[in-house]
Ligand binder design. Structure first.
Ligand SMILES: [Cu+2]
Length: 197
């Protein structure tokens, strides 16, 4: 939600970003906003309301704690054509569609510690159920102080940092994936198979 204090022309931009050793993405203008006419008093909510079906996950609800470690090493990566890529892993393993990495009982409430041992950002994403971010190693999320738990389905783990999230598994049994949402990382192995049983 955006509030403009004075008339004028504003640009909303997606800023340039460089991840690890990759080429920086270009800055992109997403919208140009022209603000004109008499000023109106319009208050913004300080925090968006939380949906009723997503009450905050209290520590007393947690049934288990698990770690996911996002790592990159220059050794033993997959061959792509004639070139050997870096090795992008979660908990030391590349994705294998025949291996279940996380077996989770239905109705579990997991507190995940998401760690990043590399110099690049990784975006943790898991299908089906959202999670609640409760802590980060920097105390910030997307450049703002993390002052209260926030529901997300993708969260960026800073280089050499960590993020703590809590997640309920209430009503879906079956297979799905969690993965890094930097798609070139996911595509060469930074993904796990999850089975809720
Ligand atoms: Cu990644």
């Amino acid at each position: 939600m955006l509030q403009f204090q004075t008339p004028g022309t504003y640009r909303i931009v997606k800023k340039s970003f460089q991840n690890g050793g990759g080429a920086p993405t270009p800055e992109v203008v997403l919208a140009t906003v022209v603000v004109a006419g008499p000023q109106q008093n319009m208050t913004l909510p300080s925090v968006l309301p939380t949906p009723a079906q997503l009450p905050t996950i209290d520590a007393s609800e947690i049934t288990e704690r698990r770690d996911l470690v996002y790592s990159v090493s220059n050794m033993n990566g997959p061959m792509i054509g004639n070139a050997q890529a870096s090795n992008f892993t979660i908990n030391g393993e590349r994705f294998d569609p025949h291996r279940v990495d996380q077996t989770i009982p239905l109705n579990a409430v997991i507190e995940w510690t998401l760690s990043n041992t590399s110099g690049a950002w990784h975006s943790h994403h898991i299908h089906i159920n959202p999670f609640q971010v409760v802590a980060t190693s920097t105390g910030e999320l997307n450049g703002f102080p993390l002052t209260e738990p926030i529901w997300l389905d993708t969260v960026d783990i800073p280089p050499m940092g960590s993020v703590t999230v809590r997640q309920r598994f209430p009503d879906f049994k079956g297979m799905f994936v969690l993965h890094c949402h930097v798609l070139v990382h996911e595509d060469i192995g930074m993904m796990q198979l999850v089975n809720v049983v």
